[in-house]
Design a protein around this ligand. Structure first.
Ligand code: ZN
Length: 103
């Protein structure tokens, strides 16, 4: 992975998702109208997304740790969703549905 500060390709200075922590990356306003974002490239040189400033500040080791934690979290989430998807879907009864709206 390679991270480079580059001019934002997006219009304005709106925030974009950080692909490392999943939070938001706020562009850095430079003098004039220049807006910079930390662009993340994969090892094949393809743009992968943007990183927030605090992730960039974590350094190489910290970024890896952050990614490992996030991967573990997402794996757990995926397992939970797969478990939910496996079972039958039972919707509330019509009575329950009605009382939910009437109360
Ligand atoms: Zn981040």
């Amino acid at each position: 992975m390679r991270i480079v500060w580059e001019r934002s390709i997006y219009g304005g200075n709106g925030r974009v998702p950080c692909i490392i922590c999943g939070g938001w990356a706020n562009p850095v306003q430079k003098q004039g109208h220049q807006v910079l974002l930390a662009v993340v490239y994969n090892d094949r040189g393809q743009i992968y997304g943007e990183a927030c400033r605090s992730c960039v500040n974590l350094g190489a080791k910290g970024i890896k740790e952050c990614l490992q934690e996030r991967i573990a979290r997402l794996r757990n989430q995926l397992q939970d969703l797969q478990e939910l998807e496996r079972g039958e879907v039972q919707l509330p009864s019509l009575e329950q549905e009605l009382s939910a709206y009437l109360e």
